[in-house]
Design a binder for this molecule. Structure first.
Ligand SMILES: Nc1ncnc2c1ncn2[C@@H]1O[C@H](COP(=O)(O)OP(=O)(O)OP(=O)(O)O)[C@@H](O)[C@H]1O
Ligand SMILES: [Mg+2]
Length: 276
């Protein structure tokens, strides 16, 4: 398992305009969701994890080692970053070549390369479009090309910046299954998202970022029940939570499973009441 630790990381694109204001955070086994309003600094934080951006102060440790002396290409072996905007990432004129570029740079070739690329395309639902020009694909597909390109690197840690954004139901299912598989494989995973239903259903841990600071972190089941926190973090509550409150259920219901369980409980109590 790869462990990534941020210690007091600060960063500004322009002097006097801080974007990260002292972030301390540890990412380990399993999936962590990073949420927060537009402009909170989520993508900026993500770009620090593989050296695209470097902290002004503070440090980032990968399995206990400061990453400062490591080049981007060396870090790319350990931490994969899928850009929020795939057009910042994609530079090859053919999907297959785009996905092959990373592993090729790591020295993978021949049948091993074919296998890596084939598998990454399958896992992202792009098995049929390997020969297409990424720029002829819809944005949702280009986003999955960006995911495939990082998958093919077979890194122990992955950062996905808004992976379900713009995907249709089938695309979302694909990404959800992929995240589950990656976690099962023992990878360290950070996903940035605005989809609070997804956070509640899929992630054991969520980090709230607001204005360059960590507001709170913990299990979604605990944190999503705080209306204060959601308002402060500028994020929507999960649909199941809103529905549970509208139904005046006694406990918060952050996921569909919670909702069903509570509704069954209420139904049982109601029928027991009728019988007695
Ligand atoms: N390349 C850049 N140069 C200068 N400022 C930038 C750059 N990228 C982002 N910013 C600024 O840094 C702040 C944080 O941006 P960032 O993209 O990290 O936020 P975010 O939380 O990912 O937002 P979103 O939810 O919209 O993706 C914003 O004020 C943004 O305008
Ligand atoms: Mg962003």
């Amino acid at each position: 398992m790869t462990r990534i630790a941020l210690e007091g990381v600060t960063f500004a694109y322009a002097p006097g305009v801080p974007v990260l204001r002292g972030i301390s955070l540890t990412l380990g086994r399993g999936a962590t969701a990073l949420v927060g309003p537009n402009g909170a600094g989520k993508s900026t934080l993500a770009k620090h994890l593989n050296g695209i951006l470097r902290p002004d102060s503070g440090r980032i440790l990968l399995d206990g080692q400061d990453i400062r002396p490591r080049s981007i290409s060396r870090l790319a072996r350990s931490v994969g970053y899928v850009f929020q905007d795939p057009d910042e990432q994609i530079f090859q004129p053919m999907v297959w070549e785009e996905v092959a570029a990373g592993p090729r740079a790591l020295g993978v070739s021949g049948a091993a390369l074919d296998e890596r690329v084939g598998e990454a395309l399958e896992r992202t639902g792009l098995g049929e479009v390997g020969r297409a020009n990424p720029h002829d694909l819809a944005l949702a597909e280009r986003r999955r090309v960006a995911v495939a390109a990082v998958l093919a690197m077979a890194t122990p840690a992955l950062v996905l910046d808004e992976p379900t954004m713009g995907q249709d139901a089938q695309g979302v299912d694909l990404i959800v299954a992929l995240i589950r598989d990656l976690v099962e494989e023992g990878r360290t995973l950070l996903a940035i998202t605005h989809d609070m239903d997804l956070v509640a259903e899929l992630f054991p841990r969520v980090v709230f970022l607001s204005d360059g600071r960590v507001l709170a972190e913990g299990p979604p089941v605990d944190l999503l029940a705080s209306e204060n926190l959601l308002a402060q973090a500028g994020v929507h509550e999960p649909a199941a939570l809103a529905l549970g409150r509208a139904l005046r259920l006694p406990e918060p219901t952050p996921t569909e499973a919670h909702l069903v369980q509570r509704l069954r409980g209420s139904a049982r109590r109601a029928s027991a009441g009728e019988g007695g």
